[in-house]
Design a protein. Structure first.
Length: 424
């Protein structure tokens, strides 16, 4: 080998070493098991029924790779209920294994990047876009994002186009679900200051329309737009945050939509205890005589976080309904070095008119959640919620009785260790 060839080989090896040193590979586990006792969770409890009792588990493996201008992330998971597969079967019988995230993040320079693939999209307080981590399966989007950031300013442009499989002809999208979109485009802008921030979101969703008997005939795509702002700022020792959104376009193939969401919350933490008071208003449609849909729906947010932990509203339900006015108060107490107790109370009213001009008061919910960090990577949560439903609640819950006991209890163990991290 000549000296020139040796020099070239040495430069090549040096280049490889420099590239290798700048790379990192990480692996994390996410195991979550949750016991639940449901006696009126998500809906009023029926007469002569038995409560639902089960244990659900999520087992997730997160794999991340990063280099100077490239990041890759893959998360696979199994979500199952204890006992849903008969013992000694050679395969899992419930088809519970899935790909949760798989994306690439390419950094063009210090300001511009793109993120492409299956990913969680989450902004602000997660009211419109959120990861929905409470649900074992979480929420993801198959999307492409163009991102810009500089001096506290962020801009995200996102787009998605959904199909159930490759096709040679036609674009009908037959996968249905709660606001499952065929196409999506959005722009998100945020500016952060010292202890304040404000953001603006414009979201356009296209949904596959169907007509005819049993909605079996494909129709044109109809579009729903959501636009608005989220903000937070301090007033001395009080933290203020709120949002205002407006939805318009089409509620379905033939019905126009005009709806709004308003919220404002104040929190104060004089010592180790946090106190909060807030209100949220989500517009609704009158149960009688309505010619236009006025029902706001928060679409792809972490809706379990809002309007009571019993999920009576906007968690796979309450769409195109009478809306909600939610007045709430909360207190988070430190109970130990690594533990705390959250107490939250909600006063619910319908936003629109109920049939026969019934009283708009729907009920009061009390939520208790105890959290304790047992050891490194291990957290325990225990919760109890009780819904004191009014007679009017049955008018928005399909006529179910409102005088039964409606409560819910749960215990959850989270184990989230970092398995290893390699720099090479």
């Amino acid at each position: 080998m000549t000296n020139r060839s040796s020099f070239k080989l040495a430069l090549f090896l040096l280049f490889l070493v420099n590239e290798v040193v700048a790379q990192t590979f990480e692996a994390e586990a996410d195991l979550r098991a949750r016991f639940e006792y449901r006696h009126g969770y998500n809906d009023l409890f029926s007469n002569d029924a038995d409560p639902g009792v089960f244990v659900q588990q999520r087992t997730r493996l997160n794999l991340g790779y990063s280099a100077e201008k490239l990041q890759l992330f893959i998360a696979v998971q199994d979500v199952s209920t204890w006992g849903d597969t008969r013992q000694i079967l050679p395969v899992d019988g419930n088809d519970s294994f899935s790909l949760f995230q798989a994306y690439a993040l390419l950094n063009f320079n210090e300001n511009w990047s793109t993120k492409v693939g299956r990913q969680v999209i989450s902004y602000d307080n997660q009211r419109i876009f959120g990861g929905l981590d409470w649900a074992m399966q979480g929420r993801f989007h198959d999307a492409a994002l163009l991102k810009y950031q500089k001096n506290g300013f962020n801009l995200d442009l996102g787009t998605a186009f959904s199909q159930e499989q490759p096709k040679n002809e036609g674009n009908t999208y037959r996968i249905t679900g709660f606001f499952t979109y065929k196409t999506m485009q959005y722009a998100y802008l945020k500016k952060a200051w010292d202890k304040s921030s404000a953001s603006f979101l414009f979201l356009n969703n296209g949904f596959q329309g169907f007509t005819g008997p049993n909605n079996a005939t494909p129709d044109d795509v109809y579009y729903r737009q959501t636009m608005g702002s989220y903000f937070q700022f301090p007033i001395q020792k009080v933290k203020m945050e709120g949002s205002a959104y407006y939805q318009f376009g089409k509620a379905n193939n033939t019905t126009d939509l005009s709806a709004y969401q308003l919220s404002l919350e104040a929190t104060y933490k004089p010592g180790s205890t946090l106190f909060g008071l807030g209100i949220e208003m989500l517009s609704g449609t009158d149960q009688e005589g309505a010619s236009k849909n006025k029902s706001f729906f928060p679409l792809y947010g972490t809706n379990h976080k809002f309007n009571g932990f019993m999920d009576y509203f906007y968690v796979g339900n309450h769409a195109n309904s009478v809306g909600l006015n939610d007045l709430y108060a909360k207190a988070n107490f430190r109970t130990g070095e690594k533990s705390n107790l959250l107490l939250k109370a909600h006063y619910f009213m319908a936003n629109a008119k109920l049939q026969n001009n019934a009283d708009k008061y729907l009920g009061t919910e009390i939520d208790l959640v105890y959290s304790n960090k047992l050891m490194k990577y291990v957290n325990l949560n225990v919760g109890y919620s009780h819904m004191f439903a009014s007679d009017s609640m049955s008018l928005v819950k399909g006529g179910k009785p409102s005088d039964n006991t409606n409560n819910w209890a749960w215990v959850q163990l989270n184990v989230n260790p970092k398995l290893f991290s390699l720099d090479f």
